[in-house]
Design a binder for this molecule. Structure first.
Ligand SMILES: Cc1cc2nc3c(=O)[nH]c(=O)nc-3n(C[C@H](O)[C@H](O)[C@H](O)COP(=O)(O)OP(=O)(O)OC[C@H]3O[C@@H](n4cnc5c(N)ncnc54)[C@H](O)[C@@H]3O)c2cc1C
Length: 422
């Protein structure tokens, strides 16, 4: 029997819709299937999107995409339970924006539809259809839809890929839980609190004591009239940490350095989602096979750089490589899809980025970041800003005093390691 489509894509997230757009543009018949009633309604992101990934495929991206605010203020805080040491920088030339996926994903999917792809929403792919030991389509509500290639862009919770043995079963390692709340705050108050004007936006990243002294990070992004606030904590931290996942975000909201910023902000929505943050070591060796291909979070390409989670731009880069491989394979079926995809990924910036940040997941497991560094920073700042009847010691002596408490050998090793990894 003939195929119904050249390509069926499971999931209309960032990876799925980008792949649909590029393949439809190249003249392939594309169906992309989304279990949500509309794209984006099942998806969750902190919401910082780096625009470079889109500008070559959608040249009018900056004027047409539903972007919230351009990130022009960067803050990074090391938290103890009741204190924060914060670095703040102005970055007016930033090329990143806050986005809300409930708005962004429908827009991106509509671009793919405009290029000729067919979108099926509110339908869950229940299984992959296999013929002669190759993936030959999908099964939805008992109906088989056939295609030359099936793209699994089902996100971090890759049930189909795991059920069919295309991905190893998930383990605790390399997986985090992202918990996020969107809070309504009118534009005037938001701009006053975060020192913004017009379309400017702020990104605020937090490290330190967020899940006790276990590894975890947090983020706050300003949208047009709301704030995106959340925590990303490895599953191992949640298992061993001091509090239930549900109370971590509440504790953060009540931290003395955040509470005034959130005053009178009303919760609009709340959600939690897996984040594959294992980096290069989590990417499966086999990325594609006979009739199938993994992309986006299903391929585990999301990167936690230590100061930001970068899953969306990585998903776009992966989708570009996937589209080129699929287009090449449909034109020259004698060259295996797996080979074409490996070549495209190896040539992509995605691969260079994964290599570049390959040591960061291990660094982020180091308890010093969460236990000692925030206290060290707090004590140095207290010394620097103190005035009392004693003569203030020079800076080097202050640093040395605190470094001795920390253990100078361990401190130097941590500094060298952090500089090498970040
Ligand atoms: C709390 C949190 C904060 C984050 N912060 C950032 C950030 O600031 N910046 C950034 O770049 N990244 C961030 N990320 C990561 C980013 O959200 C992901 O890497 C990105 O969404 C991956 O895109 P994707 O298309 O691969 O998967 P997804 O966006 O998860 O899309 C998968 C789609 O597949 C659909 N689907 C799944 N199974 C089926 C099925 N069987 N049938 C039909 N449809 C199906 C889903 O409904 C979904 O729409 C964050 C993630 C979380 C959880």
């Amino acid at each position: 029997m003939a195929d119904d489509f050249d390509l069926i894509i499971i999931g209309a997230g960032i990876a799925g819709s980008t792949c649909a757009l590029l393949c439809a543009r190249a003249g392939l018949s594309v169906l992309f299937v989304e279990r949500g009633e509309q794209p984006g309604c099942k998806n969750l992101s902190g919401g910082r999107l780096y625009g470079y990934a889109f500008t070559d495929i959608l040249p009018d991206f900056l004027t047409k995409a539903p972007l919230e605010r351009q990130i022009t203020r960067e803050n990074f805080s090391l938290l103890t339970t009741d204190n924060a040491t914060t670095l703040c920088a102005e970055n007016p030339a930033s090329a990143s924006w806050s986005v809300l996926r409930a708005r962004f994903d429908p827009w991106l999917a509509a671009e793919a539809e405009a290029a000729g792809a067919q979108l099926l929403c509110g339908v869950t792919v229940d299984a992959l259809h296999e013929e002669n030991q190759r993936v030959a389509g999908v099964v939805c509500d008992g109906e088989v839809l056939k295609a030359k290639v099936v793209v699994l862009a089902e996100g971090a919770n890759s049930l189909l890929a795991e059920q069919h043995g295309l991905l190893p079963r998930r383990s605790f390692n390399g997986m985090a839980l992202g918990i996020k709340e969107t809070l309504a705050l009118d534009a005037a108050r938001l701009e006053e609190r975060f020192h913004l004007e017009g379309n400017e936006g702020a990104a605020w990243l937090f490290s330190g004591q967020i899940c006790g002294t276990k590894p975890a990070g947090a983020f706050l992004y300003t949208n047009k009239q709301s704030l995106s606030l959340g925590i990303v904590a490895p599953l191992t931290s949640l298992r061993e940490g001091p509090a239930a996942a549900s109370s971590l975000l509440e504790n953060l909201k009540n931290h003395p350095s955040l509470r005034p910023l959130l005053r009178d902000a009303q919760t609009l929505e709340y959600g939690a989602h897996l984040v594959p943050e294992g980096g290069l070591s989590s990417v499966p060796l086999q990325k594609a096979g006979e009739g199938w291909l993994l992309v986006g979070d299903s391929l585990r390409t999301c990167i936690n750089t230590g100061v930001t989670v970068r899953g969306m731009d990585m998903a776009v880069l992966g989708a570009k490589a996937a589209a080129q491989a699929i287009i090449g394979h449909v034109q020259s079926p004698q060259i295996p899809l797996q080979l074409q995809y490996e070549q495209q990924i190896a040539a992509s910036v995605l691969w260079q980025q994964l290599q570049r940040y390959r040591h960061v997941p291990a660094l982020l497991q180091s308890e010093a970041w969460y236990r000692q560094w925030p206290v060290f920073a707090q004590r140095v700042m207290q010394d620097l800003t103190r005035a009392d009847p004693e003569v203030t010691p020079p800076l080097w002596r202050m640093l040395l005093r605190h470094a001795l408490r920390f253990g100078p050998a361990r401190l130097s090793a941590e500094i060298v390691r952090s500089l090498r990894c970040l």
